[in-house]
Design a protein around this ligand. Sequence first.
Ligand SMILES: CC(C)(COP(=O)(O)OP(=O)(O)OC[C@H]1O[C@@H](n2cnc3c(N)ncnc32)[C@H](O)[C@@H]1OP(=O)(O)O)[C@@H](O)C(=O)NCCC(=O)NCCS
Length: 206
Amino acid sequence: MIIIGAKGHAKDIITDPAFYNLQGTNFMFDDITKGLPEVLFEKYILLRNLTEAKEKAFGHSFILALGSPIGRKKVFELFQHNGFQPENFIASSAVVSVLASIGQGLNIMPFCTVFAGAKVGNGCLINSYASIHHDVELGDFVTVSPGARVLGRAKVGNLVDVGANAVILPDVTIGDNVIIGAGAVVTKDLPSGTTAVGVPARIIKP
Ligand SMILES: CC(C)(COP(=O)(O)OP(=O)(O)OC[C@H]1O[C@@H](n2cnc3c(N)ncnc32)[C@H](O)[C@@H]1OP(=O)(O)O)[C@@H](O)C(=O)NCCC(=O)NCCS
């Protein structure tokens, strides 16, 4: 197993009961942070670049452990293109309905719920205490920050970043590459590429 990312999010993943007793040789990939030790968190061998990953860990699957939608897409595609298989991390306390359909390379963090009929695309991060309600559609590489709620039938495009504790009301449609501020309540559709904040959410960019 290769955990991609070696910071706080990685720490949250490897200490979850679903993961803590993972056996065998495991790796952590970080090609940005300088000065990291050879072994992280006592048992993860550091991989500093793709060449090292291919030499030392080829054949292992990978779990994304970083927060930004663009960063997640970049490493997902890089590793998949180079023959590594994505795996989902679903925390032991998360609940995913048997009637939900979920993609690959997901993180569904502690105390999250994905309800019946929801569709979650590849590479999404549903962070702690967030909920994805019935029949919601999330595109690929959507980050839903802690405590955010995406309510019934809302549609969220690709690479959307939903801030902590934001609420997207039922039936709202969000375009691609949208940023929603922490605590926003999104009552109306948002076009691609916009940033919206506040209650009710208003577009502040572009
Ligand atoms: C929305 C956000 C991305 C905007 O960041 P930014 O583009 O750097 O924007 P700025 O900080 O320059 O703020 C622009 C304006 O929006 C306001 N604003 C920013 N975030 C806001 C928020 N969440 N709610 C209400 N107003 C907000 C600022 O006060 C500022 O107002 P002003 O022009 O009247 O001074 C950011 O503030 C945010 O909320 N990010 C979410 C963080 C988060 O939840 N992370 C989860 C980590 S796990």
